[in-house]
Design a binder for this molecule. Structure first.
Ligand code: PMP
Length: 445
């Protein structure tokens, strides 16, 4: 029996002890190998043990591991910021480095609020966000998030946020409605929320460009984000896009919002930024926001001790240079097509797979008791957890998400393999997933 003093999330069933990783594979202490089909939580975009990233980290450690940002900047942080800004959506001029996704969202919320204070609009105090979303587990990020289960016990501690419907085509687009009409309906709902709060009182609308960790890869309908951008502009509201999970190449373009033809005011990125080699996230900001702070108080009133950590910046810079040099974005698109075709072949007729959706190497499967009615499995059956266990027994890592008690979202799994996943490994992912799903279903049917 393994004992540990580490407070794991699962207090009763300790996970296996990982000892090494190489490419798309992680090995545990017993020598069992797991094909990492989800990058942990869409993190490991270059897989494990990439020699160039390791070398860049070693070189940086040898020179300087850490220098506090109130005393110094570092060459590596500046190089990373330059690289990110050069490849960012139009108008984005600066990168603010943090240690992960939740921190990036917190920083974006505070930067947005401070911006309006600086330009003389301190009455703006509301955020609008979406149900069935996830923006992180710290209190501000949890408050904008719309994951009812994660919020439940912390509800009294959360700032008030207005939540509107996400783009959830599978469940919410009516049979007689085109995706475009559905998108327009969502925009009317958002506009009504803005009017209810008073457009001049709203700081920002916060949304994942492609939803990830709550309802499993919710892709936007055409025109939705263009409409969101227009609504925000009409009311002077900022648009914060959270691409912590879906960004940095995961959907086949560096930023998912490129495919929507919009540029946000603030863009949060994390997981694929450092690829798991170091904890790092960032907020990319439009020039006019930074200028307002610079001309006003001259200070972004926020900060954490490990901002812009030199080794984290070195790792992220190496990851991003490999993605660019090895042309991994076209590879994501091409491998993504293979994955899509294999998922369709394996699951399109499966009686308990209601929907297969995604982009690039970011795919979600929504599981249902019955396809015709889209009825969810009873959440108490914990199908997602059974599937995760069955997949691990097959030597496969997939990211599970539970269904909601109100039956609005079924159990899901999320696939986010590394950009370097091979053709054979991709086939193996789908083969093992099919076996794992059938084994998990056998336990409850
Ligand atoms: N935003 C999104 C869209 C995410 O998917 C996540 C993590 N799943 C976060 C924020 C929070 O990131 P972290 O866990 O690094 O704090």
């Amino acid at each position: 029996m393994q004992t540990t003093r580490v407070l794991h999330r699962q207090l009763q069933h300790l996970p296996p002890r990982a000892v090494s990783g190489s490419g798309a594979w992680i090995t545990d202490e017993h020598g069992q190998r797991y094909l990492d089909a989800c990058g942990g939580a869409a993190v490991s975009c270059l897989g494990h043990g990439h020699p160039e990233v390791l070398r860049a980290m070693h070189q940086q450690i040898d020179r300087l591991a850490y220098a506090h940002t109130s005393f110094f900047t570092t060459e590596v942080a500046e190089q990373l910021a330059n690289h990110l800004v050069a490849n960012a959506p139009a108008g984005m001029s600066h990168a603010y480095f943090v240690c992960g996704g939740s921190e990036a969202v917190e920083a974006a919320l505070k930067l947005a609020r401070q911006y309006f204070v600086e330009i003389g609009q301190p009455q703006r105090r509301h955020f609008i966000a979406r149900r069935q979303s996830y923006h992180g587990n710290t209190l501000g990020a949890l408050a904008v998030g719309g994951n009812a289960w994660r919020r439940a016990q912390f509800e009294p501690l959360l700032i008030e946020v207005e939540h509107v419907s996400p783009c959830y085509t599978y469940r919410d687009c009516a049979p007689d409605e085109s995706p475009e009409q559905y998108g327009q309906r969502l925009l009317r709902e958002l506009e009504a929320a803005i009017e209810r709060l008073g457009g001049a009182n709203v700081i920002a609308f916060v949304a994942e460009t492609v939803g990830g960790a709550t309802a499993g890869v919710l892709t936007p309908v055409p025109g939705y984000f263009k409409g969101v951008r227009q609504l925000c502009d009409r009311h002077g509201i900022l648009l914060i896009l959270d691409e912590v999970m879906c960004g940095m190449g995961r959907t086949g373009t560096l930023h998912a919002c490129e495919q929507e033809g919009v540029a946000p005011d603030l863009l949060t990125i994390a997981k694929g930024l450092g690829g798991g080699y170091q904890p790092i996230g960032a907020v990319l900001a439009q020039g006019h926001l930074v200028a307002a702070l610079a001309e006003g108080s001259g200070l972004f009133q926020h900060g954490h001790t490990y901002l812009g950590h030199a080794v984290a910046c070195a790792a992220a810079l190496a990851v991003q240079r490999v993605i660019e040099r090895d042309q991994l974005l076209p590879a994501v698109r091409q491998r993504g097509l293979q994955l899509q075709q294999l998922l369709q072949a394996a699951f399109a007729e499966h009686p308990h797979v209601g929907d297969i959706r995604g982009r690039g190497l970011f795919w979600g499967l929504e599981l249902v008791r019955e396809r015709a009615s889209k009825q969810c499995f009873d959440p108490a059956l914990r199908l997602h957890a059974r599937l995760k266990r069955a997949a691990m027994a097959q030597g496969l890592m997939v990211y599970p998400m539970g269904g909601t008690v109100d039956g609005r979202t079924g159990d899901h799994i999320l696939l986010a393999p590394p950009f370097i996943v091979s053709e054979d490994e991709t086939a193996l992912i789908v083969q093992r997933l099919r076996a794992a799903l059938d084994a998990a279903l056998l336990e409850i049917l």
